[in-house]
Design a protein around this ligand. Structure first.
Ligand code: PLP
Length: 392
Protein backbone atom coordinates (compact mmCIF):
# COMPACT_ATOMS: atom_id res chain seq x y z
CA UNK A 1 0.00 0.00 0.00
CA UNK A 2 1.30 3.41 -0.90
CA UNK A 3 2.36 5.48 2.08
CA UNK A 4 1.68 9.17 2.37
CA UNK A 5 3.52 11.74 4.42
CA UNK A 6 3.17 15.43 4.89
CA UNK A 7 5.52 17.76 3.07
CA UNK A 8 8.62 18.65 5.10
CA UNK A 9 11.01 20.75 3.03
CA UNK A 10 14.18 21.77 4.88
CA UNK A 11 14.74 25.38 5.89
CA UNK A 12 17.41 26.96 3.71
CA UNK A 13 19.22 30.26 3.67
CA UNK A 14 18.33 31.35 0.14
CA UNK A 15 21.28 33.32 -1.22
CA UNK A 16 21.06 32.32 -4.86
CA UNK A 17 19.69 34.29 -7.81
CA UNK A 18 16.12 33.62 -6.61
CA UNK A 19 13.88 32.70 -5.00
CA UNK A 20 14.89 34.70 -1.95
CA UNK A 21 13.59 33.92 1.53
CA UNK A 22 10.01 35.02 2.09
CA UNK A 23 8.88 36.98 5.13
CA UNK A 24 6.72 34.84 7.47
CA UNK A 25 3.91 37.35 6.99
CA UNK A 26 3.94 36.64 3.26
CA UNK A 27 3.81 32.88 3.82
CA UNK A 28 1.05 33.32 6.40
CA UNK A 29 -0.96 35.42 3.93
CA UNK A 30 -1.01 32.43 1.58
CA UNK A 31 -2.80 30.35 4.20
CA UNK A 32 -5.72 32.81 4.52
CA UNK A 33 -9.18 31.64 3.37
CA UNK A 34 -9.68 31.43 -0.35
CA UNK A 35 -12.11 33.83 -1.97
CA UNK A 36 -13.65 33.59 -5.41
CA UNK A 37 -11.82 35.51 -8.11
CA UNK A 38 -14.83 37.83 -8.59
CA UNK A 39 -15.73 38.15 -4.89
CA UNK A 40 -15.90 41.88 -4.05
CA UNK A 41 -13.52 41.29 -1.14
CA UNK A 42 -10.96 39.71 -3.45
CA UNK A 43 -11.41 42.50 -5.98
CA UNK A 44 -10.54 44.95 -3.22
CA UNK A 45 -7.33 43.00 -2.56
CA UNK A 46 -6.50 43.33 -6.27
CA UNK A 47 -7.19 47.07 -6.15
CA UNK A 48 -4.89 47.49 -3.18
CA UNK A 49 -2.17 45.46 -4.95
CA UNK A 50 -2.47 47.75 -7.94
CA UNK A 51 -2.19 50.84 -5.81
CA UNK A 52 0.82 49.46 -3.90
CA UNK A 53 2.46 48.31 -7.13
CA UNK A 54 2.28 51.86 -8.48
CA UNK A 55 3.99 53.14 -5.33
CA UNK A 56 6.69 50.45 -5.39
CA UNK A 57 7.33 50.96 -9.12
CA UNK A 58 7.14 54.75 -8.65
CA UNK A 59 4.62 55.28 -11.42
CA UNK A 60 1.18 56.68 -11.99
CA UNK A 61 0.52 54.42 -14.96
CA UNK A 62 -3.09 53.29 -15.12
CA UNK A 63 -2.15 49.93 -16.62
CA UNK A 64 -0.29 48.39 -13.70
CA UNK A 65 -1.08 44.80 -12.74
CA UNK A 66 0.46 41.41 -12.05
CA UNK A 67 0.42 38.68 -14.66
CA UNK A 68 -0.10 35.13 -13.40
CA UNK A 69 3.21 33.31 -13.69
CA UNK A 70 6.86 33.92 -12.86
CA UNK A 71 9.04 36.78 -14.11
CA UNK A 72 9.12 35.27 -17.57
CA UNK A 73 5.36 35.83 -17.88
CA UNK A 74 5.96 39.54 -17.33
CA UNK A 75 8.66 39.47 -19.99
CA UNK A 76 6.43 37.60 -22.41
CA UNK A 77 3.47 39.90 -21.74
CA UNK A 78 5.64 42.98 -22.30
CA UNK A 79 7.25 41.77 -25.50
CA UNK A 80 4.29 39.99 -27.09
CA UNK A 81 1.81 42.81 -26.53
CA UNK A 82 4.04 45.48 -28.05
CA UNK A 83 5.75 43.68 -30.92
CA UNK A 84 3.84 42.92 -34.11
CA UNK A 85 5.12 40.97 -37.10
CA UNK A 86 7.57 43.09 -39.05
CA UNK A 87 8.27 45.57 -36.21
CA UNK A 88 11.89 46.50 -35.73
CA UNK A 89 13.24 45.79 -32.26
CA UNK A 90 16.67 46.59 -30.81
CA UNK A 91 17.77 44.61 -27.76
CA UNK A 92 20.80 45.62 -25.70
CA UNK A 93 22.23 42.36 -24.43
CA UNK A 94 24.87 41.87 -21.74
CA UNK A 95 23.82 38.48 -20.40
CA UNK A 96 21.42 35.55 -20.48
CA UNK A 97 18.15 37.40 -19.91
CA UNK A 98 18.70 40.03 -22.62
CA UNK A 99 19.02 37.18 -25.08
CA UNK A 100 15.73 35.72 -23.81
CA UNK A 101 13.98 39.01 -24.63
CA UNK A 102 15.49 38.96 -28.13
CA UNK A 103 14.21 35.42 -28.73
CA UNK A 104 10.73 36.37 -27.59
CA UNK A 105 10.70 39.42 -29.87
CA UNK A 106 11.60 37.13 -32.77
CA UNK A 107 8.79 34.76 -31.85
CA UNK A 108 6.44 37.75 -31.95
CA UNK A 109 7.56 38.30 -35.55
CA UNK A 110 9.85 41.23 -34.78
CA UNK A 111 12.93 42.02 -36.85
CA UNK A 112 15.51 42.01 -34.09
CA UNK A 113 18.90 43.69 -33.89
CA UNK A 114 21.04 42.43 -31.01
CA UNK A 115 23.62 44.81 -29.55
CA UNK A 116 25.98 42.68 -27.50
CA UNK A 117 28.23 43.74 -24.64
CA UNK A 118 30.64 41.48 -22.75
CA UNK A 119 29.01 39.53 -19.91
CA UNK A 120 29.85 41.50 -16.78
CA UNK A 121 29.55 44.96 -18.33
CA UNK A 122 26.42 47.08 -18.71
CA UNK A 123 24.68 47.48 -22.08
CA UNK A 124 26.64 49.91 -24.26
CA UNK A 125 24.45 52.99 -24.85
CA UNK A 126 26.54 54.39 -27.71
CA UNK A 127 26.41 51.07 -29.57
CA UNK A 128 22.65 50.87 -29.04
CA UNK A 129 22.20 54.41 -30.33
CA UNK A 130 24.20 53.59 -33.47
CA UNK A 131 22.18 50.40 -34.00
CA UNK A 132 18.91 52.29 -33.71
CA UNK A 133 20.06 54.84 -36.29
CA UNK A 134 21.06 52.05 -38.63
CA UNK A 135 17.85 50.08 -38.13
CA UNK A 136 15.48 52.82 -39.31
CA UNK A 137 12.04 53.05 -37.66
CA UNK A 138 12.34 51.07 -34.43
CA UNK A 139 9.22 50.19 -32.44
CA UNK A 140 10.89 48.84 -29.30
CA UNK A 141 14.20 49.18 -27.51
CA UNK A 142 14.69 46.61 -24.73
CA UNK A 143 17.24 46.21 -21.95
CA UNK A 144 17.62 44.35 -18.68
CA UNK A 145 18.17 46.71 -15.74
CA UNK A 146 19.71 44.12 -13.41
CA UNK A 147 21.29 41.25 -15.37
CA UNK A 148 21.05 38.33 -12.96
CA UNK A 149 23.41 36.17 -15.00
CA UNK A 150 26.34 38.59 -14.63
CA UNK A 151 25.61 40.82 -11.62
CA UNK A 152 25.87 43.99 -13.74
CA UNK A 153 23.46 46.93 -13.59
CA UNK A 154 22.69 48.94 -16.71
CA UNK A 155 21.73 52.54 -15.87
CA UNK A 156 18.36 53.14 -17.56
CA UNK A 157 18.31 56.92 -18.19
CA UNK A 158 20.54 56.99 -21.32
CA UNK A 159 18.33 54.39 -22.96
CA UNK A 160 15.16 56.34 -22.16
CA UNK A 161 16.64 59.35 -23.97
CA UNK A 162 17.73 57.23 -26.95
CA UNK A 163 14.29 55.63 -27.21
CA UNK A 164 12.49 58.98 -26.94
CA UNK A 165 14.64 60.58 -29.63
CA UNK A 166 14.05 57.62 -31.92
CA UNK A 167 10.30 57.56 -31.28
CA UNK A 168 10.66 54.02 -29.90
CA UNK A 169 9.17 52.51 -26.76
CA UNK A 170 11.56 51.45 -23.98
CA UNK A 171 11.07 48.08 -22.28
CA UNK A 172 13.05 47.45 -19.10
CA UNK A 173 13.38 44.11 -17.29
CA UNK A 174 13.39 44.85 -13.55
CA UNK A 175 12.91 41.28 -12.36
CA UNK A 176 15.95 41.40 -10.08
CA UNK A 177 15.96 45.12 -9.25
CA UNK A 178 12.41 45.95 -8.10
CA UNK A 179 12.32 46.34 -4.34
CA UNK A 180 16.11 46.19 -3.95
CA UNK A 181 17.66 48.74 -6.30
CA UNK A 182 16.09 52.10 -7.22
CA UNK A 183 13.43 51.62 -9.92
CA UNK A 184 11.61 54.84 -10.82
CA UNK A 185 9.47 54.07 -13.83
CA UNK A 186 8.05 57.55 -14.45
CA UNK A 187 11.27 59.45 -13.72
CA UNK A 188 13.12 57.14 -16.09
CA UNK A 189 10.49 57.60 -18.78
CA UNK A 190 10.36 53.83 -19.34
CA UNK A 191 7.31 52.50 -21.21
CA UNK A 192 7.09 48.83 -20.31
CA UNK A 193 8.55 47.62 -17.02
CA UNK A 194 8.03 44.21 -15.48
CA UNK A 195 9.38 42.27 -12.52
CA UNK A 196 8.84 39.07 -10.54
CA UNK A 197 7.79 38.29 -7.00
CA UNK A 198 10.59 35.97 -5.94
CA UNK A 199 13.59 38.28 -5.91
CA UNK A 200 13.72 41.55 -3.95
CA UNK A 201 9.96 41.55 -3.30
CA UNK A 202 10.56 38.35 -1.32
CA UNK A 203 7.40 36.44 -2.12
CA UNK A 204 7.26 33.00 -3.71
CA UNK A 205 7.62 32.80 -7.50
CA UNK A 206 4.25 33.05 -9.23
CA UNK A 207 3.29 36.59 -10.21
CA UNK A 208 4.88 39.26 -12.37
CA UNK A 209 4.19 42.95 -11.78
CA UNK A 210 4.02 44.89 -15.04
CA UNK A 211 3.28 48.51 -15.88
CA UNK A 212 2.75 50.29 -19.20
CA UNK A 213 3.01 54.01 -19.93
CA UNK A 214 0.14 55.75 -21.74
CA UNK A 215 2.33 55.74 -24.87
CA UNK A 216 2.89 52.01 -24.64
CA UNK A 217 -0.79 51.35 -23.98
CA UNK A 218 -1.73 53.40 -27.05
CA UNK A 219 0.65 51.29 -29.12
CA UNK A 220 -0.90 48.08 -27.77
CA UNK A 221 -4.43 49.35 -28.49
CA UNK A 222 -3.40 50.42 -32.00
CA UNK A 223 -2.13 46.97 -33.02
CA UNK A 224 -3.29 45.75 -36.40
CA UNK A 225 -2.95 42.10 -35.43
CA UNK A 226 -4.22 40.30 -32.33
CA UNK A 227 -1.67 39.73 -29.58
CA UNK A 228 0.03 36.41 -30.20
CA UNK A 229 -0.85 35.02 -26.76
CA UNK A 230 -4.29 34.76 -25.23
CA UNK A 231 -3.29 34.16 -21.63
CA UNK A 232 -0.95 37.14 -21.47
CA UNK A 233 -3.00 39.51 -23.66
CA UNK A 234 -2.79 42.71 -21.60
CA UNK A 235 -6.01 44.07 -23.09
CA UNK A 236 -7.87 41.08 -21.65
CA UNK A 237 -5.94 41.17 -18.36
CA UNK A 238 -6.60 44.88 -17.90
CA UNK A 239 -10.32 44.28 -18.44
CA UNK A 240 -10.20 41.98 -15.39
CA UNK A 241 -7.97 44.22 -13.27
CA UNK A 242 -9.90 47.45 -13.96
CA UNK A 243 -13.49 48.27 -13.00
CA UNK A 244 -14.93 46.19 -15.87
CA UNK A 245 -14.01 42.98 -14.00
CA UNK A 246 -14.40 40.79 -17.05
CA UNK A 247 -13.49 37.18 -16.29
CA UNK A 248 -10.24 36.18 -17.99
CA UNK A 249 -8.69 33.47 -15.81
CA UNK A 250 -9.22 32.22 -12.27
CA UNK A 251 -6.77 34.44 -10.44
CA UNK A 252 -4.14 32.63 -8.34
CA UNK A 253 -5.83 33.87 -5.17
CA UNK A 254 -3.16 32.88 -2.61
CA UNK A 255 -0.42 34.27 -4.83
CA UNK A 256 -2.22 37.61 -5.00
CA UNK A 257 -2.45 37.54 -1.17
CA UNK A 258 1.32 36.93 -1.07
CA UNK A 259 1.96 39.80 -3.45
CA UNK A 260 -0.28 42.04 -1.37
CA UNK A 261 1.63 41.27 1.84
CA UNK A 262 5.04 41.54 0.18
CA UNK A 263 4.18 44.98 -1.23
CA UNK A 264 2.85 46.10 2.15
CA UNK A 265 6.16 45.04 3.73
CA UNK A 266 8.15 47.00 1.13
CA UNK A 267 6.11 50.12 1.81
CA UNK A 268 6.29 49.69 5.59
CA UNK A 269 10.08 49.54 5.37
CA UNK A 270 10.11 52.47 2.94
CA UNK A 271 11.64 52.38 -0.53
CA UNK A 272 14.68 54.49 0.35
CA UNK A 273 15.44 52.51 3.51
CA UNK A 274 15.03 49.25 1.64
CA UNK A 275 17.34 50.32 -1.16
CA UNK A 276 19.89 51.48 1.45
CA UNK A 277 19.72 48.11 3.25
CA UNK A 278 20.39 46.23 0.02
CA UNK A 279 23.22 48.60 -0.87
CA UNK A 280 24.90 48.27 2.55
CA UNK A 281 24.70 44.48 2.71
CA UNK A 282 25.71 44.01 -0.93
CA UNK A 283 28.78 46.20 -0.64
CA UNK A 284 29.76 44.46 2.62
CA UNK A 285 29.55 41.07 0.91
CA UNK A 286 31.61 42.31 -2.02
CA UNK A 287 34.29 43.78 0.27
CA UNK A 288 34.36 40.51 2.21
CA UNK A 289 34.69 38.33 -0.89
CA UNK A 290 37.61 40.42 -2.11
CA UNK A 291 39.24 40.21 1.31
CA UNK A 292 38.83 36.42 1.17
CA UNK A 293 41.11 36.62 -1.86
CA UNK A 294 38.46 36.23 -4.57
CA UNK A 295 37.84 38.31 -7.70
CA UNK A 296 34.47 39.90 -8.42
CA UNK A 297 33.29 39.37 -11.98
CA UNK A 298 31.09 42.37 -12.84
CA UNK A 299 32.71 45.62 -13.88
CA UNK A 300 33.48 47.95 -10.96
CA UNK A 301 31.01 50.83 -10.83
CA UNK A 302 28.19 48.68 -12.26
CA UNK A 303 28.01 45.93 -9.63
CA UNK A 304 24.55 45.16 -8.36
CA UNK A 305 24.28 45.04 -4.57
CA UNK A 306 21.53 42.42 -4.79
CA UNK A 307 23.36 39.86 -6.94
CA UNK A 308 27.11 39.41 -6.83
CA UNK A 309 29.10 37.32 -9.27
CA UNK A 310 32.45 36.09 -8.01
CA UNK A 311 34.98 34.11 -10.01
CA UNK A 312 35.68 30.51 -8.98
CA UNK A 313 39.41 30.25 -8.28
CA UNK A 314 41.58 27.91 -10.33
CA UNK A 315 41.58 24.39 -8.86
CA UNK A 316 38.41 24.86 -6.81
CA UNK A 317 35.51 22.58 -7.69
CA UNK A 318 32.31 24.49 -8.39
CA UNK A 319 29.77 21.74 -7.67
CA UNK A 320 31.60 20.47 -4.57
CA UNK A 321 31.59 23.90 -2.94
CA UNK A 322 27.95 24.64 -3.76
CA UNK A 323 26.95 21.16 -2.65
CA UNK A 324 28.75 21.52 0.68
CA UNK A 325 27.28 24.98 1.24
CA UNK A 326 23.82 23.47 0.81
CA UNK A 327 24.31 20.22 2.66
CA UNK A 328 26.56 21.29 5.51
CA UNK A 329 25.48 24.89 6.04
CA UNK A 330 21.98 25.00 4.51
CA UNK A 331 22.98 27.87 2.24
CA UNK A 332 21.95 28.05 -1.41
CA UNK A 333 24.01 30.07 -3.86
CA UNK A 334 23.79 29.91 -7.66
CA UNK A 335 26.18 28.59 -10.27
CA UNK A 336 27.06 30.45 -13.46
CA UNK A 337 24.55 30.67 -16.30
CA UNK A 338 25.24 30.51 -20.03
CA UNK A 339 28.80 31.45 -20.89
CA UNK A 340 29.65 31.95 -17.19
CA UNK A 341 28.72 28.39 -16.29
CA UNK A 342 31.47 26.85 -14.17
CA UNK A 343 33.31 30.21 -14.02
CA UNK A 344 31.40 32.18 -11.39
CA UNK A 345 29.16 31.81 -8.39
CA UNK A 346 26.10 34.01 -8.12
CA UNK A 347 25.30 35.18 -4.61
CA UNK A 348 21.99 36.90 -4.00
CA UNK A 349 21.16 39.28 -1.18
CA UNK A 350 17.56 40.00 -2.04
CA UNK A 351 14.63 41.06 0.08
CA UNK A 352 14.42 39.07 3.32
CA UNK A 353 17.72 37.36 2.47
CA UNK A 354 19.58 40.68 2.48
CA UNK A 355 20.80 40.72 6.09
CA UNK A 356 24.10 41.45 7.80
CA UNK A 357 23.90 37.99 9.39
CA UNK A 358 23.69 36.28 6.00
CA UNK A 359 26.70 38.25 4.74
CA UNK A 360 28.85 37.05 7.64
CA UNK A 361 27.46 33.51 7.53
CA UNK A 362 28.27 33.13 3.84
CA UNK A 363 31.78 34.56 4.18
CA UNK A 364 32.58 32.19 7.03
CA UNK A 365 31.11 29.11 5.35
CA UNK A 366 32.55 29.82 1.90
CA UNK A 367 35.93 30.73 3.37
CA UNK A 368 36.07 27.47 5.25
CA UNK A 369 35.13 25.38 2.19
CA UNK A 370 37.67 27.19 0.04
CA UNK A 371 40.39 26.43 2.57
CA UNK A 372 39.37 22.76 2.53
CA UNK A 373 39.95 22.84 -1.23
CA UNK A 374 43.42 24.31 -0.80
CA UNK A 375 42.58 27.94 -1.55
CA UNK A 376 44.13 30.20 1.14
CA UNK A 377 40.97 32.17 1.97
CA UNK A 378 41.56 34.83 4.62
CA UNK A 379 38.37 34.50 6.67
CA UNK A 380 39.46 36.90 9.38
CA UNK A 381 40.20 39.64 6.83
CA UNK A 382 36.89 38.96 5.08
CA UNK A 383 34.82 39.26 8.23
CA UNK A 384 36.68 42.39 9.21
CA UNK A 385 36.23 44.05 5.79
CA UNK A 386 32.53 43.15 5.68
CA UNK A 387 31.92 44.29 9.26
CA UNK A 388 33.57 47.61 8.47
CA UNK A 389 31.15 48.14 5.55
CA UNK A 390 28.18 47.03 7.60
CA UNK A 391 28.92 49.74 10.15
CA UNK A 392 29.08 52.51 7.55
N1 PLP B 1 14.66 38.41 -16.11
C1 PLP B 1 15.67 38.38 -15.22
C2 PLP B 1 16.63 39.52 -15.19
C3 PLP B 1 15.79 37.31 -14.35
O1 PLP B 1 16.78 37.27 -13.46
C4 PLP B 1 14.86 36.25 -14.40
C5 PLP B 1 15.00 35.09 -13.50
O2 PLP B 1 16.00 34.86 -12.87
C6 PLP B 1 13.84 36.32 -15.34
C7 PLP B 1 13.77 37.40 -16.18
C8 PLP B 1 12.84 35.22 -15.45
O3 PLP B 1 12.14 35.10 -14.27
P1 PLP B 1 11.49 33.69 -13.81
O4 PLP B 1 12.61 32.71 -13.69
O5 PLP B 1 10.84 34.05 -12.53
O6 PLP B 1 10.51 33.31 -14.85
Amino acid sequence: MATTSSLQPPTRVLMGPGPSGANPRVLAAMTKPLLGHLDPDFLRVMDRCREMLRRVMVTENQVTLATPGTGTSGMEAGVMNVVEPGDRVVVGICGYFGERIAQMAERAGGVVTRVQSPWGEPVDAAAVEAAIRAAGKVKLLAIVHAETSTGAETPVEPFARIAREAGALLLVDCVTSLGGVPVRVDDWGADVVYSGTQKCLSAPPGAAPITLSARAWEAVRARETPVNTWYLDLGLLEAYWDERRVYHHTAPISMVYALHEALALVLEEGLEARWARHERNGRALQAGLEALGLTLHAQAGYRLPVLTTVRIPEGVEDAAVRGALLNRFGIEIGGGLGELRGRVWRIGLMGESSTAGNVLLLLNALGRLLREQGFPADIRAAVSAASERLRS
